[in-house]
Design a protein around this ligand. Structure first.
Ligand SMILES: Nc1ncnc2c1ncn2[C@@H]1O[C@H](COP(=O)(O)OP(=O)(O)O)[C@@H](O)[C@H]1O
Ligand SMILES: [Mg+2]
Length: 296
């Protein structure tokens, strides 16, 4: 099978892992820089041009879309969907997963516990918000951000007021209950095709509450409880994701889903767990392609 990996980073660890896994499983991988694809809509239907030539349509695609290219990436995936090319990441699921609030709405709707979250309007009563999220400290988060960059711990009414005053319609924030008892630790769970294929505990560095590896957090192989496994699988399914990095915080009221990543990095998790997660993703791709062939 010819499998296109949609990526802007041909040399990235995750890309290379997927590339090698395709070859190991007898497929032909093709690296496609999704930022260099043009989409043609016309009498002939949908066509994709890549670096000025018509792209040979692969049997399946593994999209690895960067956070700053969500809309472009989704448009390209939609074109492939139109051409009936199976994708390990559907366009709708990508767009939804990148919007943290939308994701939390869906999770809550499906009965999955998340930290108490308030999406406030700019003129909202700040005392009321404080009360709703259980007082200070609380978290303020940008709607779309990664690597812990848009996440801030706020300690006072004055500080919260200041932060919310800088909020614009283009860059909205939400306010969230701070789960202090998780003590800077969370668990990143990789779910592929409805199964947990790896989990790592991430511990924030001294003096930091964010456990992101990009913020100096360190990771260990983690053994999930059956409840944690079930929560991660349900969370991925609630967002329609066949490949998901589900971040879980352990709270006094049980596991809470913090966020879900639609293009989770593979380096940390493969190295820490020793699992061939790229191999699972390629097998999932195979299943989607075979199922489509059966339908035809
Ligand atoms: N409500 C919260 N309570 C406690 N810690 C949090 C909370 N929200 C975020 N964190 C910490 O900050 C990190 C980054 O937050 P997250 O929402 O995952 O943003 P990003 O998408 O930038 O990774 C989390 O991995 C976690 O360690
Ligand atoms: Mg995160």
């Amino acid at each position: 099978m010819e499998i296109a990996i949609l990526t802007r980073g041909p040399g990235l660890y995750s890309t290379q892992s997927l590339y090698k896994a395709c070859i190991a499983q007898g497929h032909i991988p093709v690296l496609v820089d999704y930022s260099r694809c043009s989409l043609l809509l016309g009498k002939e239907g949908a066509q994709i041009f890549y670096q000025d030539k018509q792209l040979h349509i692969p049997d399946g695609i593994i999209p690895r879309i960067g956070a700053t290219f969500t809309q472009e990436g989704a448009a390209l995936i939609r074109h492939f969907e139109w051409l009936k090319v199976p994708a390990t990441l559907p366009s709708r699921a990508l767009v939804q997963a990148r919007d943290k609030l939308h994701s939390l709405q869906r999770l809550t709707k499906k009965g999955i516990d998340v930290p108490v979250t308030v999406m406030a309007e700019p003129g909202a009563n700040i005392r009321l918000i404080e009360e709703q999220v259980g007082g200070f400290p609380c978290i303020v988060k940008a709607l779309e951000s990664t690597h812990g960059l848009g996440v801030k711990l706020v300690h006072t009414h004055q500080e919260l007021k200041q932060v919310l005053e800088t909020m614009t319609r283009e860059e909205p924030y939400f306010v969230q209950e701070f789960i202090a008892e998780s003590k800077g630790e969370d668990v990143r769970v990789l779910v592929v095709d409805g199964q947990v294929v790896g989990a790592m505990k991430r511990v924030a560095r001294e003096g930091e509450f964010r456990s992101n590896l990009h913020q100096g957090g360190v990771a260990y192989n983690a053994k999930l409880t059956p409840l944690g496994e079930a929560v991660a699988i349900r969370a991925a399914s609630a967002l329609g994701l066949g490949v998901a990095g589900v971040d879980i915080l352990e709270s006094n009221r049980g596991p809470l889903v913090l966020e879900i990543n639609a293009s989770p990095g593979l380096e940390g998790i493969q190295k820490v767990t020793g699992q061939n997660i790229a191999g699972h993703i390629v097998r999932y791709m195979e299943r989607l392609i075979l199922e489509k062939d059966e339908e035809e």
